[in-house]
Design a protein around this ligand. Structure first.
Ligand SMILES: Cc1ncc(COP(=O)(O)O)c(C=O)c1O
Length: 474
C-alpha cells in the first residue's frame, strides 16, 4: 500500500483539503478543522463509523444508549424529545415540515429563508404565503420583524404553520415569544430554523433566548455550525408543551425521520453530537463570556473605517464586520484575508462574517486584527463616496427583491419537479420562470422561488453579484 502522503496527487480532493491544514478557521464547523479535538478523540471517532448492529442500535428507532443520548440532549436543550439527524439541518427541515403539514397545506414563511426550506416546501407540495413588509417598506436582508409575521398569520388564518429563521446568518434575532403566542391562538404551529443557534442554551444570560424557551413547537439546529460536532449534524427538538397539548405528534415525526434520513446514518456524527452536548453541559458560561470579550476587543482594535454590526438582542459570539468605509472591493478583502491565511465564513459586498469557535485561540484574533489593520483604506473621498453609493444601490436592489410580492406562475413543486409548463415559459425572453431556487450562495436566501417570474431586476442583481465573484445558485 502507498503511504497517504504519496497519494495526494492522485486524490485531488484529499490533497486540496490537506493543504488547508495550517489556515486559521473563523468559519463552521466550529471544531476548527479538528483542532478542538484531541488526537485520542479523533481516533475514537473513526472507530465510531460503524453501522446498525445489535450492539450499536438504530438512530431512527432509538433504544438503550441511543435513547439515553437523545434524552440527555432533550433535557439539556429543554425539549420534550430530541433526535440526532446526521444529514444536516437540510434533512431536519424536511422532517419538521413533513411532521406537521400535509400536501397542499399553507405555511407562512418569509421569502428569504435558507434554500433547504424552499426545497422542503416544493418537495412536500406546500403552499407558501410570504411574510410581506407594510406598504413602502423593505426588510433588511429580507429578514421580517415580529409584527410582519403576526400580520401575515392574521391575513392567512388557514395556514397550519409559521416558519421563522432565528437567528439569521448575521446573528440577528427576533421576538419569537409573541409569534408563538399568536400562532397558538390561531391554531398554527411555530417551526424555527435555529441552525445558527445551537449554542444559545449554554449561556442564557449572555446569548439570545432559545426558540424552545420562547414557545416554538419544533426547532432544528445545526450542531456543527456553533458546537464542536462533525458536519452535518442537526438536532431536531420537539417541545414538551406541544407534545402534551397535542399540537405535534411524535409518532408522525419519527416516521418522517425514517423517510428523509439516510438508511446509513453516521454514528460518527451522532457520537460527536452526543459529545458536544456533554462538553457544553459541563462547561459553564465562561467560554462564551471569553468569546464575547475577544470579539469586542478585536472590534475595538480596528481602525474607524471598520464597523462591527451587533444589533440589540443579537448573538454577540458572532463577529460581523462592515468594511465598506475602507473603500475597497470584495475581491481585495478576499485577497487580504487569504494572504493572512485566514478563512472567514462569508465575505459579502460590504460585510465579513466570522464564526469564532468556543475555543478560538487568542493568537487567531491577533492574526485577524493584524490582517485587518494592515489593509490601507482608499484615500480619495470621491472614490469612497462613489464606492459607497454603488454598495447602497446593491443593498436597495437586494432588499427590494427579498421584500417583493410573490409572482407565482406555477407552484414551487410544479416548477421544480413538474413537466413542460415552467420549462416552456422559461424559454421566453421577456418573462422567465424560475425552475429552481435563485439564491446568492452562501448564505442561500432566494431572490426568487421556483415558479416565480424573473425579470430584469433579478438579472441585474445576479450580474452584479457575479461581477463580485459571488456565486448564485440557480
Ligand atoms: C439558516 C440555515 N438553515 C439551514 C441550513 C442548512 O443546514 P445544514 O448545512 O446543516 O444542512 C443552513 C446552512 O447554512 C442555514 O444557514
Amino acid at each position: 500500500m502507498k503511504r497517504i502522503e504519496e497519494l495526494s496527487d492522485q486524490a485531488p480532493l484529499w490533497g486540496a483539503l490537506c493543504r488547508q491544514a495550517d489556515r486559521v478557521s473563523f468559519h463552521m464547523p466550529a471544531h476548527r478543522q479538528g483542532r478542538s479535538f484531541s488526537h485520542e478523540l479523533i481516533d475514537s471517532l473513526v472507530h465510531c463509523d460503524t453501522t446498525e448492529l445489535e450492539r450499536t442500535g438504530d438512530l431512527a428507532d432509538p433504544s438503550e444508549h441511543i435513547r439515553q443520548a437523545y434524552d440527555l440532549a432533550a433535557t439539556y436543550f429543554g425539549a420534550g424529545e430530541t433526535w440526532f439527524i446526521t444529514t444536516g439541518t437540510t434533512t431536519a427541515i424536511r422532517v419538521m415540515l413533513a411532521g406537521v403539514l400535509c400536501e397542499g397545506d399553507e405555511i407562512i414563511i418569509p421569502r428569504a429563508v435558507h434554500l433547504a426550506a424552499v426545497h422542503a416546501v416544493a418537495l412536500l407540495g406546500l403552499k407558501p404565503q410570504f411574510v410581506m413588509p407594510a406598504d413602502g417598506r423593505r426588510f433588511d436582508d429580507g429578514q421580517p420583524d415580529a409584527a410582519s409575521f403576526i400580520a401575515a398569520m392574521r391575513s392567512h388564518p388557514k395556514a397550519k404553520a409559521v416558519f421563522v429563521t432565528c437567528p439569521d446568518y448575521y446573528g440577528r434575532t427576533i421576538d419569537l415569544q409573541i409569534i408563538a403566542a399568536e400562532a397558538h391562538r390561531l391554531d398554527m404551529v411555530l417551526l424555527v430554523d435555529e441552525a445558527h443557534g445551537a449554542h444559545f442554551v449554554a449561556a442564557p444570560d449572555l446569548l439570545p433566548s432559545t426558540a424552545l424557551s420562547q414557545g416554538a413547537d419544533l426547532v432544528v439546529q445545526s450542531a456543527h455550525k456553533t458546537l464542536p460536532a462533525l458536519t452535518p449534524a442537526s438536532f431536531l427538538h420537539l417541545s414538551k408543551e406541544s407534545i402534551n397539548d397535542g399540537r405535534i405528534c411524535p409518532d408522525r415525526i419519527a416516521s418522517m425521520i425514517r423517510v428523509f434520513q439516510t438508511s446509513s446514518p453516521s454514528f460518527m456524527i451522532a457520537a460527536s453530537m452526543d459529545l458536544a452536548r456533554a462538553v457544553l453541559s459541563h462547561a459553564d458560561r465562561a467560554p462564551w463570556h471569553r468569546l464575547i470579550e475577544l470579539n469586542q476587543c478585536l472590534a475595538d482594535s480596528l481602525p474607524p473605517q471598520y464597523r462591527r454590526i451587533s444589533l440589540s438582542g443579537s448573538d454577540r459570539s458572532r463577529l460581523v464586520i462592515d468594511y465598506s468605509q475602507l473603500g475597497i472591493g470584495r475581491a481585495e478583502m478576499v485577497q487580504e484575508l487569504d494572504r493572512a491565511r485566514i478563512d472567514a465564513e462569508v465575505i459579502d459586498h460590504r460585510r465579513v462574517i466570522f464564526i469564532p469557535a468556543i475555543d478560538q485561540p487568542e493568537g487567531d484574533y491577533d492574526r485577524l486584527s493584524r490582517a485587518l489593520c494592515s489593509i490601507c483604506p482608499v484615500q480619495d473621498a470621491d472614490n469612497i463616496n462613489r464606492h459607497l453609493s454603488h454598495l447602497e444601490e446593491l443593498d436597495k436592489l437586494r432588499d427590494a427583491l427579498f421584500s417583493a410580492r410573490p409572482s407565482w406562475q406555477s407552484t414551487p413543486r410544479q416548477a421544480m419537479f413538474g413537466e413542460a409548463l415552467s420549462r416552456e415559459a422559461s424559454c421566453g425572453q421577456t418573462s422567465k420562470v424560475a425552475e429552481n431556487v435563485i439564491a446568492p450562495y452562501p448564505p442561500g436566501m432566494p431572490i426568487a422561488w421556483p415558479g416565480e417570474r424573473i425579470d430584469e431586476r433579478h438579472d441585474t442583481y445576479i450580474r452584479k453579484l457575479e461581477e463580485l465573484n459571488i456565486t448564485v445558485r440557480r
